[in-house]
Design a protein around this ligand. Sequence first.
Ligand SMILES: Cc1ncc(COP(=O)(O)O)c(C=O)c1O
Length: 426
Amino acid sequence: MLPKILENRDGELQIDGVSNIELAKKYGTPLYVMSESVIREKYRNMFHAMSSKYQKIRIFYAAKANTSLSVLRILRDEGAYVDSVSPGEVFLALKSGFPSEKILFTGTSVTDDELRFLLNSGVKINIDSISELRRLLKMVTPDFISIRVNPEIGAGHHEHVITAGKQSKFGLWEDDLLKAYEIARAHGVRQFGLHMHIGSGVLNIEPFALAVERLLQIGKRVHDTLNISFDLVDIGGGFGVPYRPEEKALDIGLFSDKILSLIKQRLKEYGLGEPTLGFEPGRYIVAEAGILLSAVNTIKTTPFKKYAGIDAGFNTLIRPAMYGSYHHIVVANRMNESPCEVYDIAGPLCESGDILGRDRRLPELQEADLLAILNAGAYGFSMSSQYNSRPRPAEILVNRGKHALVRGRETLEDLLTGQEFAPWLK
Ligand SMILES: Cc1ncc(COP(=O)(O)O)c(C=O)c1O
């Protein structure tokens, strides 16, 4: 079953009314293609689900999933806020038109230079350590500070993306958290946020429920001990999407029913008032909006396997190599043909791990066929690299039959950026 934005039109895969074959011809491959309609629809789904249960909500789009200026601009137009984790993400969010008040920075191992950049930019800061807090307070007393809690419960599609619990470097544990709020208050900070982010790619509700319980218990202790109220309670992102055809989507309506009821109940019970609730979806909004188009260049058979060699590798999409992630792959120019062969889909990098899909049943492939790697809109381009000195791909935005180049393909010249010969080698 194809996501509804993708359509089989006479054996050719279309995205949002645009032929992928035409896109590949016009812009070349590998090529990221993002659908504006899907981004808007996913943002609205989440906004409606959350705002139907609680009045004061903010959706902070987690820019790390996809920092394309066009994607950011679409979300700015939708009314989103931004969750950023680096000065680079703040810079791009500002360039795409977000006002600084709508940007929240949640870093880790943050330097003084970065803190100065954030203060000059006027964004809001979510603190990840007492060290960061003390250094920030030496520079200025901000009106508002949010602090990231480790709620002791983490979750995620892979151990590398679990961002809470005993093995996690993120957030403050309860006792340090109390100290941090006390230090901030003693310096004259008057408005506070309470934040957590448990991990990424979570498809069930239970871990959120457990972590929210813990977050609010800790929030109550801060409130009772220090008489601090929260303007913002931010439960982070991590809302998963199905990558395998048999996986079930996270029911965001059910999520809001269960989790927002729980939050409302605990806020009331603990006397925490009615803070703004924050959510930080990245993957949920953009993963299903994007595909990666890649051309087959080589068909190769060994005594053990059949390989289809393509022009995208883990330099283009690292998720399969880094996390063992599955991305569904279809043959964009043979949509009416039945699967009859099993292939490993191999990239062009000199690493055995450069495989984008293993044991895929597909129609018989030929050189110059076009593969579409689905659900590639999140952590695709934003995690790409120039490894093996391969320039990064281009990116296209499509919307109801229209298409535009929104990021040009890098050239060999881009491999020289910032480089020069040491003077004694000139
Ligand atoms: C602080 C924070 N918020 C939100 C996110 C977004 O996660 P996801 O794309 O899984 O929603 C992340 C991802 O790592 C994060 O670190």
